[in-house]
Design a protein around this ligand. Sequence first.
Ligand SMILES: [Cu+2]
Length: 72
Amino acid sequence: MPILENKTIRVTGMRCAHCKRAVESMVRKLSGVETVAADVDSGTVTVSYNAEQVDTEAIEGAIVGAGCDILG
Ligand SMILES: [Cu+2]
């Protein structure tokens, strides 16, 4: 059983449902990501992932690839 890590990342540039879907689909492509939920109102992306397969750098890279910037 992989040990799942949970992280909530604050982002800017996510303004509508289309942005939300773009972010979620980019992050979901990473192997090791179990779940991802982007929230437009709070500007956050909450990810559950297997830390043996993927790290926050890769996840943040996918978010940037979807057109958002990382706040932390
Ligand atoms: Cu949008």
